[in-house]
Design a binder for this molecule. Structure first.
Ligand code: NAD
Length: 492
């Protein structure tokens, strides 16, 4: 898998002038170059409609590195590998020029025909680009051909299938790398180590010892300038279908027989297949949706969702989802997996809280309520784990007090860090698809989400139903409280 030749590649970025390319892809490629993971045998073609020269493009690439310490030293050498090709993806002639440049660079850098195509643009172009990549002979070289695509992967199962079929004209399933940047995060990748390298944890990882599991992905920001996209998507499609179900499947899966892409995927798919499917009223009972209204944070007045730019003033789109998922298999029967995600919430955090069952009898007297044992996996902004335990308060008597065993450090960046992209791009260059979403996972997730969306579509909610700067609608608290639980606070 990891041979030196594989990291030789021509990387063609469609959407090379865009936000994703500038903020994430160029800095990530630079980190790989700096670390030596990307040698001298690589070239990057940036394409977009604008007419830019190579020099102008290289200046833009260098500008995207400004926040990286000591970048000056290597910036020129790095950016010399970058080439720009003005290209309208809807115009066939553009592909002829792009193909000529690709072949030239292949020879110049001795790339052995290895090609990585990164689609950093709107998904409605994906099918067309894939079909041209095939018809114009981009994948007729010896060497590997891989495609990285961004979310959203469809809007529902049907559109995802259409998109997938269009990509499959040019690429096999094992050549398609569907990026889910959460899967590139350090602590998401750490879930397998925490579970499978610690017998005290793995032996408790089941319905005999775990009461409930909570996954929170909360954002402080609103929709910002993505109103148009978001109003057609909503939190269910934007966050739950992909990131949250991926995290749930990593938490719930059975131990794979080996830590290989196929074995892990096989177990994740089995976990997703065990998700209880809700129908009719059950959807309303187990899935709560919310939309933010106005609010005040740090003395600053914030707009409600319906007042945001490019959002329908009567929009029924949810900016918050909380749900109780049940996994109907031997290991998890009876253990709720509560999930919640939303915009304009009080705190920004991604965390997993595993609540263990209480001791059978409280020996320390009714007046002392014992806090339960909770293992918190902090994904961002902090990274690490905290184990909440009870110990004796020093001094006379048998008074208990909670303590935290911490292994936590703050992660360098917030959401969507270049580090995640860096890992995932390198994985792709090495041909390791473990932390990318396979079609089987994507299709199962959509099947599950479509059932919820279909029921939601039949009714309107009383939006807005939570204030900006709160932790979501009251119904989300009721969802856990009716089972005798509470949401574990974030960032604690
Ligand atoms: P963007 O609008 O900033 O960039 C789009 C790029 O596509 C630009 O370079 C533009 O010139 C190019 N383009 C548009 N029409 C074209 C055409 N006909 N021919 C050639 N080029 C054309 O978008 P973005 O924020 O960079 O996002 C790109 C993709 O990545 C989207 O699918 C988005 O959903 C996804 N994504 C972005 C982020 C992010 O952080 N920006 C995060 C996750 C997913």
């Amino acid at each position: 898998m990891t041979d030196e030749l594989e990291q030789r590649a021509l990387i063609t970025i469609f959407g090379g002038t865009g936000d994703l390319a500038n903020r994430k892809l160029y800095p990530s490629l630079f980190h790989l170059y700096k670390k030596g993971s990307l040698g001298e045998n690589f070239a990057v073609i940036g394409t977009a409609r604008r007419e830019w020269s190579d020099d102008f493009f290289r200046d833009k690439v260098k500008a995207s590195l400004k926040d990286i310490e000591d970048h000056e030293e290597l910036a020129d050498a790095f950016s010399s590998h970058f080439y720009y090709q003005s290209h309208d993806v809807t115009n066939q002639e553009s592909y002829v020029k792009l193909k000529t440049l690709s072949d030239e660079l292949d020879e110049k850098y001795d790339l052995k025909g290895n090609r990585l195509f990164y689609l950093a643009m709107a998904p409605n172009f994906f099918g067309m680009i894939a079909s041209r990549i095939k018809s114009e002979g981009f994948v007729d070289t010896e060497g590997f051909h891989r495609l990285i695509i961004e979310k959203p992967f469809g809007h529902d199962l049907k559109s995802a299938e259409e998109l997938n079929n269009s990509l499959r004209q040019a690429f096999n399933e094992d050549e398609i790398y569907r990026i889910d940047h959460y899967l590139g995060k350090e602590m998401i990748q750490n879930i397998s180590v925490i579970r499978f390298a610690n017998s005290i944890i793995e032996s408790l990882w089941n319905n005999r010892y775990i009461d409930n599991i909570q996954v929170t992905l909360s954002e402080v920001l609103g929709v910002e300038d993505r109103g148009k996209y978001y109003d057609e998507s909503g939190a269910l499609r934007d966050m739950v279908q992909n990131h949250i179900l991926q995290i749930v499947s990593l938490l719930a899966m059975e131990p794979p027989i080996k830590l290989t892409t196929e074995e892990i995927r096989h177990e994740k798919v089995r976990a997703l297949r065990s998700l209880r499917v809700y129908e009719g009223k059950e959807v309303h009972q187990n899935f709560i949706r919310g939309q933010y209204g106005e609010g005040e944070v740090d003395g600053k007045e914030l707009k409600g969702y319906r007042q945001e730019e490019n959002v329908d003033p009567h929009s029924n789109t949810e900016t918050f989802v909380a749900a109780k998922l049940m996994i109907d298999n031997f290991r998890w029967t009876g253990v709720p997996f509560y999930i919640r995600t939303g915009k304009r919430l009080a705190d920004k955090a991604t965390q997993i809280a595993i609540h263990f069952k209480n001791v059978p009898l409280n020996l320390f007297g009714q007046q002392q309520s014992l806090g339960g044992n909770v293992l918190v996996i902090h994904i961002q902004p902090n990274e690490g784990i905290t184990l909440h335990l009870n110990v004796k308060e020093p001094g006379q008597g048998m008074v208990t007090m909670p303590v935290n065993l911490d292994y936590v450090h703050s992660s360098p960046d917030g959401m969507n860090t270049p580090e995640a992209y860096e890992k995932l791009i390198l994985d792709c260059l090495r041909g390791d698809a473990t932390y990318f979403s396979h079609w089987d996972e994507v299709s199962l997730s959509w099947r599950f989400i479509d059932q919820i969306a279909a029921v939601w579509n039949t009714t309107k909610d009383h939006f807005p139903n939570y204030k900006s700067g709160s932790m979501g609608p009251k119904e989300a608290d009721d969802l856990v409280q009716r089972d005798g639980f509470y949401w574990f606070p974030v960032n604690e």
